[in-house]
Structure formats: C-alpha cells, structure tokens
Design a binder for this molecule. Structure first.
Ligand code: ADP
Length: 316
C-alpha cells in the first residue's frame, strides 16, 4: 500500500453539531424517505486514551458531509478496480452501493476505512476526505481511522468469545475505563439484541443464530463509538426475517450513525437506503459510477439507460 503512513495516531475530528440530514447528491431536493422516530439509547461515555493529535480544522468541510471523494481510484497491483470516483456522503443517511458483481463495490467500501490497506499490493489515488481530513494523508493512522469508521461483514464473524466479551473487546483494547457493563448493555440495546441475550451474556457469541450473530457484530462495531458503519452485504447470509430485522435496525442506527452499505439485493437498496450509488464496469473491468442520487430517483426515474436496465433487471 503506497499511501499507508507510519506516522502516529491522529485524532480525527468528531462533529458535534446536530444537523438536518441532507442527501449527498440531490437532483431535485425531494426526500421521500421516512425517518423512524425510535430514540437511540443514550451514549455511555467511555474514557479513551488521548493521543498526540494533529490539530484538525473541523470546519474544513460542510458539517453534514462525512465523506467527500475526488478522482479516486483503487488498484490491486496493476489492476485498476475502481476509477474516477466522485461522490459525497452525507451524515445520518444510509447510502447503498449497487451494481453488477465485480464492479468494485466492496473494494470501494473497504477504502472508506482503509481496510483495503490490509491486502498486499493495493494502492489508491485521488482523495477521500473524512470531515475535511484526507483519510490517506501521510499523518493518518489507518488503525485510528478504523475506530471511527467501523465495518460489518457479509458473513457474521463473532469472535470465539462470550457475547459480553465480543462487545467489550474493542473498548478494552482501546483502553476504555469506566463501567463496561453499561457500555456492553447500551451497545447491545442499540443493536436491538439486548432482550434476546441479556440472560446469557457469558455464552459464546457463535452459539447465536445467524441474524443474532450479525446484530452482535453490529453491537461490537457500535461499542467503540464510531461515526460511520460500513456494511458489506450484511444480510447475504441471512434469511428474510433476519434480513428485515437488520434493515429495521439500520433505520434506527441512522439516527446516530452514517451508514454505507454494499448490497446485491436491489429490493434491499430500495427499501433501506436514502441514497443509491450505481456502479458498473467497462471493458477494462474498472468499476465506475454511472449514477447516484436519492434512492427514489434511482429506482423510479433514473437518468441513465444503464441504470434503468440494471434496476429493472435487464442487466447484471
Ligand atoms: P464487487 O463488490 O462489486 O463484487 P469487488 O470489489 O469484490 O467487486 O471486486 C472488484 C474487482 O477487484 C474484481 O475484478 C475483483 O476480481 C478484484 N479484486 C477484489 N479483491 C481482490 C484482491 N484481494 N486481489 C485482487 N483483485 C481483487
């Protein structure tokens, strides 16, 4: 990875001003998505160790824009997997990446928390600004990035530990002090699984059903108090009931977090997201964005024929 810096941790800014949710790329200002009024569980303060932070000007970007991507490309060796990515992702919205298999959705998603750095031979060009700070800047520590931008994977992957320890793991390695019981409970409540597991917190996370395991993984991601949750096809291994439960949970989590989801399920994108980004790939197999905008527009009146063909099932 050419862009990984060995520099010390950086204290990425946390926006504090609540803002009205606004779509990242809006064609006409229409917003038909209904925001659920479920109140998020109040955050449990945890005492993370302070780092030798580089001062960041939090006002450097509009407060409701979380990610601002410019001329971005990602490579595996010489192979360019995505190219010419321009997009903005707004706070407290659910943004879905859709497109045919292999067009680079997961690759692009993993670049949002530098998870792709972990794959040997990868590199990127262009920029992803996170609250005004270049995620790939020379002073940015990728580990610190992943604390602020969590990830939930396709296959639920609880650690071979108890339910409690799965959730407490991240805060512990981050040096959290204070009452971890409260933090574990708050995280499990926010992930809508507390009632199902509160009497068996010492049992292995792996003994839960697939849908419960995925909600446990969401609780684990939440426990380190991220700003953003990236979800890479989080329901592809789940049955329809468990899938609906995760979608309902996403709608609740959107009150507190910004969510970016890759899905191959177009009904899911249509049901669960506010904004949709449609990618496809050219002859060189490099993925690029065809169209992005409010989900309602992408699915009911796409501007591009390629989008229309894809969302209507004629291609892909
Ligand atoms: P999608 O999520 O849209 O199915 P991916 O991001 O998984 O697409 O893959 C995009 C392209 O990058 C594909 O051509 C795939 O073969 C390639 N790719 C994905 N992961 C790797 C990897 N670890 N090493 C090399 N090529 C990869």
């Amino acid at each position: 990875m050419t862009t990984s810096g060995a520099a010390g941790p950086i204290d990425l800014p946390r926006p504090t001003e609540p803002t009205d949710p606004a779509p990242a790329e809006r064609a006409d200002g229409g917003d038909t998505h209904v925001t659920l009024s479920l109140a998020p569980t109040p955050a449990v303060p945890i005492d993370l160790p302070t780092t030798a932070a580089t001062a960041i000007d939090a006002s450097a970007s509009a407060p409701d824009i979380v990610f601002d991507v410019t001329d971005f490309a990602a490579y595996y060796g010489n192979f360019r997997a995505v190219r010419d990515i321009q997009m903005r992702i707004a706070k407290n919205r659910i943004t879905a990446f859709i497109g045919p298999s292999g067009c680079g959705k997961s690759t692009l998603l993993r670049c949002f928390n530098r998870m792709n750095d972990l794959i040997p031979g990868t590199r990127v060009s262009g920029s992803i600004m996170f609250h005004g700070q270049d995620l790939y800047g020379p002073d940015v520590d990728a580990v610190a990035v992943r604390k602020r931008i969590g990830m939930v994977f396709q296959k639920p992957n609880p650690f071979p530990k108890s339910i409690y320890d799965n959730v407490a793991y991240g805060p512990r390695i981050n040096g959290a002090k204070g009452n971890l019981d409260d933090l574990v409970e708050a995280s499990l409540r926010r992930a809508a699984i507390w009632d199902e597991v509160k009497d068996k917190l010492k049992q292995p996370g792996t003994a839960l059903s697939g849908g419960q395991q995925q909600r446990l993984c969401i609780a684990r991601a939440i426990a380190v108090e991220p700003d953003v949750i990236l979800m890479d096809e989080p329901c592809s291994a789940l049955d329809p009931v468990a899938t609906l439960r995760i979608e309902e949970l996403m709608a609740e989590l959107r009150e507190t977090y910004t969510i970016v989801i890759v899905t191959h399920n177009m009904q899911q994108a249509a049901r669960a997201s506010d904004e949709t980004v449609f990618l496809t790939m050219g002859d060189d197999r490099a993925g690029y964005i065809v169209e992005k905008g409010p989900t309602i527009d992408i699915f009911t009146r796409p501007a591009n024929q390629l989008t229309e063909d894809y969302v209507s099932g004629r291609f892909g």
